[in-house]
Design a protein around this ligand. Structure first.
Ligand code: 26V
Length: 825
């Protein structure tokens, strides 16, 4: 009943065309006669935006009027990618736009690819947030995202001499999707001090004062749902000096330079996305970003709540705030500060409101990624918040002491304050204590959360506070948009595109697994997608690959725990085996292309050396006349969301091979299977649930299990002398001999395994990895059986929609209901 028929309302292709032309000629002041693809993109985006804005405004009016409980998703990262294609799809104008553009002499694909990615994120955590916004709008939940408007998103990656070089990503040149709200500002304070005073009624209060003020300015972006008029809001905060252009007092007294410097210092806060996704370096600017964003968002949320004139006890019935990892944890003491110092609530009432409001999602159990801020730094930057944190800790520890009088050692283990030198605030503990629910992102991960990092807290609060919500992906972008032909094939059999809103309907595809016509088209689609990637690879990386080869793809951030090194060692092993074969033996070999892609954090040496090794191996292997098409190695530079849309549908096999227990979920694993590829993977993250859904025959699992990791690590240090599989030894010898260029840069990689305990268990899993790749080669030769497996797997992927995931959050964590979309008239 909530379906809309916007294509009709949005009139005809002629009107669409007229709008595009009008925008090109007036808004952009360009002539149609020298209209290039960039101008065509701009005109199209602006024309579409006009339609979008109407639904957006109505949705917001509707939400203001109905005043339902809203969800606020606080995430420092939203890896949105391109907006145009998604907006066209979601407002139901695909055909109109395509035809209109054709008449103007443009191909839709070319126009769409003019847009720069909005790359405000590092990897999985940021892309998950973007999928969630899509699902929240599609399911008609009243929801806002809050983040920072970074001037620079994640860096662009260039490969120079086989090494990663980072180039700034200035993405705001032309961004038709954001709307500055110069009237929506919040003044945010830093530094200063706390003064205690007694009010008229004799109550003791605190005030934080004499700090430095920076102004947050709101920029809004519309988030259209698919097949609904609901268009939600993503609000990004930009920082500027509180006195506007420059400080007039300073300016008038001749300190022009100082006033400009002040201005720049303020703008630095939202200048750049931190390109790390694991190592926490505790930089002051990062803490400033976090507080700036939390304070502005909380002020905005509280302002909206206060308009409704409801009592404070209603706050958590009107507001659900989800913390995407610990990055927004300062929102907890900030809400306490507002309730205590500005609204004069008593501690207990303020605390119960706060706890009922927040939910916290954990995305990693790896110790080096858990945020801990030094107490002196917090004291300096946020003196009032430190007091509140100490108070929260005091109340919490008292509770623990009362309930577990015999376990005094527990107190120091669970304290928010780590007794190190200097002392540090454990943000994850603060997030757990200040939230009513804590969730992990896949079953194994949520189990590890409960049994490792938050074990004591399960005992303290009981098991119900901890839950699992397995991640998902939006089928709009990751099926329909990335793989339109597969989406069309499925639609032709299922009688329409309803599966894009209810992905469980995919199960009906399984009925066609033996349908010859269906199989033929399914196979042709996969081949076409491989041809497209081959073409891209030739154009961009200058490497020729044969689309009939098995396409093996590993694209994700480069990290030791994700084990791209295991993959490239396996590739080297394959190369050595091929070299040792007779020409006759080579005839029987399954040709393969190994694709890699992903960014390394700029300061992460090991990750950068992995990139270098991949490129060096590629140079040698790709030029070896003995090898020809039997093996090619490609590093796809600057992996991002829009490139993922080309890469994902082209895989036969994708690699998700993290050390068991280290990858919280993974989401690209879901994308690849949904697009008709199979997985080689470890028993880690969501791979386990994917196996349960698609069946053990339709996935290639290998390697040690999470439960054995600790013992294996121990054995590396204390066991009998370290012994390497001979084939891995041979790989290392080959690297050391200089076959892939100067071995110097690679010594760290090899030594980390041979001399430094092989923390990620590459040596333990190597043999089983190589054997499993052998099974894949054999299985791939039976193309019919392979096709059956891929079709079966696709039909069983319904569970991994982010729509399912968002419904689970809504029910188990937020207690929110959808709001019927606005009526149009
Ligand atoms: C941590 C840190 C630490 C301090 C420096 C900046 C920074 C930035 C991001 C992070 C978060 C790391 C956690 C993360 O990205 N986890 C990934 O989340 C995905 C979505 O749940 C999941 O699929 C991946 O398995 C998980 O690695």
């Amino acid at each position: 009943a909530w379906k809309k028929h916007s294509a009709k309302e949005f009139k005809t292709k002629d009107q669409f065309e007229a709008d595009v032309v009008r925008h090109i000629e007036t808004t952009l002041a360009r002539s149609l006669f020298n209209c290039d693809e960039a101008a065509a993109y701009a005109g199209t985006a602006l024309a579409l935006r006009d339609r979008l804005i109407i639904e957006w405004n109505r949705t917001q009016q509707q939400q203001t009027f109905a005043d339902p409980k809203r969800v606020y998703y606080l995430s420092l990262e939203f890896l949105m990618g391109r907006a145009l294609d998604n907006a066209i799809l979601n407002v139901g104008m695909k055909d109109v736009a395509k035809q209109g553009l054709e008449e103007l002499g443009f191909r839709m694909e070319d126009v769409i690819s003019q847009e720069r990615d909005a790359a405000l994120g590092n990897g999985g955590l940021g892309r998950l947030a973007a999928c969630f916004l899509d699902s929240l709008a599609t399911l008609n939940y009243p929801a806002w995202g809050y983040a920072l408007r970074y001037r620079y998103g994640i860096f662009r990656q260039e490969i120079v001499d086989g090494y990663q070089v980072e180039v700034p990503d200035y993405w705001l040149d032309f961004n038709p999707w954001e709307f500055p709200r110069h009237d929506v500002t919040v003044d945010v304070q830093f530094y200063g001090g706390v003064r205690k005073y007694t009010d008229d009624s004799g109550k003791q209060l605190s005030v934080w004062e004499n700090g430095e003020i920076v102004t947050a300015v709101a920029y809004d972006a519309p988030i259209p749902g698919y097949g609904t008029r609901t268009t939600n809001n993503l609000r990004l905060w930009s920082s500027k000096a509180s006195h506007g252009e420059f400080d007039f007092t300073k300016f008038n007294s001749g300190e022009y330079e100082a006033s400009v410097a002040d201005q720049q210092r303020a703008e630095t806060i939202s200048a750049v996305l931190y390109p790390n996704d694991s190592l926490d370096r505790g930089k002051e600017l990062r803490l400033k970003q976090q507080y700036f964003w939390c304070a502005a968002s909380l002020f905005d949320i509280v302002r909206r709540f206060k308009k409704s004139k409801k009592a404070w006890k209603e706050f958590a019935n009107q507001v659900a705030i989800q913390l995407n990892d610990t990055h927004p944890t300062l929102a907890i003491p900030e809400l306490m500060r507002i309730l205590l110092d500005q609204e004069s609530l008593e501690w207990d009432e303020a605390w119960s409101i706060t706890q009922a409001t927040f939910g916290y999602t954990n995305h990693t159990v790896m110790p080096e990624a858990l945020e801990k801020w030094s107490v002196p730094l917090v004291q300096h930057l946020l003196p009032r918040h430190l007091q509140i944190i100490y108070n929260i800790n005091f109340h919490f520890l008292q509770y623990v002491e009362r309930n577990f009088p015999k376990e005094r050692e527990m107190l120091s283990r669970v304290s928010i304050i780590e007794e190190s030198e200097p002392k540090r605030v454990r943000m994850a503990f603060l997030a757990v204590i200040g939230s009513h629910k804590v969730n992990g992102v896949a079953e194994l991960h949520s189990d590890l959360v409960r049994t490792t990092i938050f074990k004591d807290f399960v005992k303290i609060y009981g098991p119900d506070k901890f839950t699992n919500v397995t991640n998902g992906i939006t089928p709009r972008r990751w099926l329909h948009q990335a793989n339109p032909r597969l989406s069309a094939l499925i639609a032709s059999k299922l009688g329409g595109h309803d599966f894009l809103r209810d992905l469980n309907l995919l199960h009906k595809v399984e009925a066609y697994v033996d349908d010859e016509e269906f199989r033929k088209e399914f196979r042709a689609i996969k081949y076409a997608n491989k041809v497209r990637l081959a073409k891209y690879t030739k154009e961009v990386e200058g490497i020729t690959v044969n689309p009939s080869s098995l396409f093996d793809i590993q694209v994700k951030r480069i990290h030791e725990y994700k084990r791209q090194q295991l993959n490239i060692f396996g590739v080297i092993h394959r190369y050595l085996e091929l070299k040792a074969m007779t020409p006759e033996a080579r005839q029987k070999v399954q040709p393969r292309v190994s694709f890699f892609g992903g960014k390394a954090a700029p300061g992460y040496w090991m990750a950068k050396m992995v990139i270098h090794l991949i490129n060096q191996v590629g140079k040698v292997v790709n030029a070896d006349p003995d090898i020809g098409d039997l093996l090619k190695v490609v590093f796809l530079s600057d992996y991002n969301v829009s490139k993922a849309e080309i890469i994902t549908p082209a895989s036969d096999i994708s690699e998700h091979i993290s050390t068991a227990g280290t990858e919280a979920s993974g989401t690209s694993n879901m994308k690849f299977v949904l697009n008709g590829g199979l997985i080689i993977g470890t028993c880690d993250g969501a791979n386990i649930e994917i196996t349960r859904e698609v069946g053990e025959d339709n996935i290639f699992l290998f390697g040690n299990l999470a439960e054995d990791v600790e013992d294996l690590r121990h054995a590396h240090f204390y066991g009998d002398s370290f012994h390497l599989d001979p084939s891995l030894q041979r790989v290392f010898d080959t690297i050391r001999s200089g076959t892939f260029g100067d071995a110097g840069p690679f010594s760290g990689l090899v030594d980390s395994i041979v001399d430094h305990g092989d923390y990620y268990l590459v040596s333990d899993d190597f043999k089983s990895y190589v054997e499993t790749q052998g099974l894949i080669d054999e299985a791939y030769k039976d193309q019919e059986a392979w096709l059956t497996r891929t079709i079966t797997a696709v039909s069983r992927m319904g569970f991994f929609s982010s729509d399912r995931c968002i419904d689970e959050y809504a029910e188990m964590i937020w207690n929110v209901e959808p709001l019927p979309p606005p009526k149009m008239n």
